[in-house]
Design a protein around this ligand. Structure first.
Ligand code: S3P
Length: 432
């Protein structure tokens, strides 16, 4: 993708493709349910389409009707041995959640993914799943998963990870006894919300220690059919448009029907603290998830310290928040974000390189970034950005490119298709 930052602003009203986390979960729970699940707004992008294909290889039947995906669930015991290895492509969420499901099957499977997946840490799910009785060939992709007889586990997760939590809760559906996961900071809770839609009872507790505990009581071995899910627009995709509108003078942009689950809205809280003019309207609950329209107007931003719970609630948006920080007055410190080192790419390194290409003073630390912003940043030179084949780096670079009057070339932008195939087209539509 090549971008010249000559726009007079981003204007209009847009919608986003469906939420990636929720789309994965809708297919997985739908496949395990007793009967039909109707999904509207399913994200038809690389990562989630791979999940659908993988379940099809295990016997899942589905139909696509306009905006709806109708899944004919197989029940918890109804999946079949796939004819070949299951491949999640670029998706860590799919890999880790499916590991939990596959650990409870009566057949052997091989689970793999692309070069990035083969480097990412999977022992964070393999280790607790082994404690539940799961049997695996190793600790990383490709992974062979052998049939196991699972029992419940009370697990204290060392990382605030929704993928770990969800993997164990999914395995818990196949286990005897109670399965519980405790975390210091509440990670995204889409699995818990969706379990409830499928009639699975969960107990969630805020402990005296301040930790969060979610428990799946014993004997929950059935997901009901007949569930209808409307997937909200993905806030992680909207983030690029929200930040672009804040940074480019003359902008006023509304993104409609975006998921604003509080475990995901660190981006909005951080931007508001930085001085962003953001308004949320039409708030409602859809399929158990809060949804709103978000309007962003060009704003003068100031630097901020981002750490702890704010970091966790904005983990996928930190690359584009670093772009906002580059144009903010003063210093921004991003801390407690070591997880960025093991995402689709090493995002601390990739963001550091991207900002340096735009002559933004930036320091990489073990768990974050120090960025010295400049509200007047307007480079006028041809710049080339290496995306490391990471969709969120590519889209964050496109936002920064809107401030460069000359041409910015973003390499390997095909990776954007994993989460947002219509990104460039949508961007060109709102640029005036
Ligand atoms: C996700 C959880 C997060 C997030 C990822 C999606 C999910 O990862 O970064 O993009 O859908 O559960 P971790 O669980 O590794 O924090």
């Amino acid at each position: 993708m090549k971008i010249k930052g000559t726009a007079k602003g981003l204007l209009g009203t847009i919608t986003m493709p469906g939420d990636k986390s929720i789309s994965h979960r809708a297919v997985i729970l739908g496949a395990l349910a007793e009967g039909r699940t109707e999904i509207s707004g399913f994200l038809r992008a690389g990562d989630c389409l791979n999940t659908l294909k993988n379940f099809k290889m295990m016997g899942l039947d589905y139909e696509e009707k306009k905006d709806r995906l109708i899944i004919k669930g197989k029940g918890l015991a109804g999946l079949q041995k796939p004819g070949k290895a299951l491949d999640v492509g670029n998706s860590g969420t799919a890999f880790r959640l499916m590991t939990g499901v596959l650990a409870g099957q009566k057949f052997i499977t091989k689970l793999t993914g692309d070069a990035s997946i083969q480097k990412r840490p999977m022992q964070r799910v393999v280790e607790p799943l082994r404690k539940m009785g799961g049997r695996f060939s190793g600790e990383s992709a490709p992974l062979i998963i052998f049939p196991g007889k699972l029992k419940g586990l009370s697990y204290e997760s060392p990382v605030a990870s929704a993928q770990v939590k969800s993997s164990l809760l999914l395995a818990g559906l196949y286990a005897s006894g109670v399965t519980s996961v405790t975390e210091k900071i509440l990670s995204r809770d889409h699995t818990e919300r969706m379990f409830k839609l499928f009639g699975v009872k969960l107990k969630t507790d805020l402990l005296a220690s301040g930790k969060y505990k979610v428990s799946l009581p014993a004997g929950q071995h059935k997901l009901r059919g007949g569930v209808k899910i409307t997937v909200p627009g993905d806030l992680s995709s909207a983030a690029f448009f929200i930040v672009a509108a804040l940074l480019v003078p003359g902008s006023k942009l509304t993104v409609k029907n975006v998921g604003v689950n509080p475990t995901r809205t660190g981006l909005l809280d951080i931007l508001k603290k930085m001085g962003a003019r953001l308004t949320l309207s039409n708030k409602k609950i859809v399929s158990g998830e809060p949804v709103a329209d978000i309007t962003a107007e060009h704003s003068a931003l100031k630097g901020l310290e981002i750490s702890g719970e704010l970091t966790v609630r904005a983990i996928d948006e930190l690359p584009v928040l670093a772009v906002a920080a580059a144009l903010a007055k003063g210093r921004t410190v991003i801390k407690d974000a070591a997880e960025l080192r093991v995402k689709e790419s090493d995002r601390i390194k990739a963001v550091g390189e991207m900002l340096r290409a735009f002559a933004v003073p930036v320091e990489e630390t073990a768990d974050g970034l120090l960025i010295t912003g400049n509200p007047g940043l307007r480079p006028e030179q041809n710049i080339k950005i290496n995306t490391y084949y990471d969709h969120r780096i590519a889209m964050a670079a496109a936002v920064l490119a809107l401030l460069n009057k000359k041409e910015t070339t973003i390499s390997d932008d095909k990776c954007i298709e994993t989460s947002f195939p219509q990104f460039e087209e949508t961007l060109r539509r709102v640029l005036k």
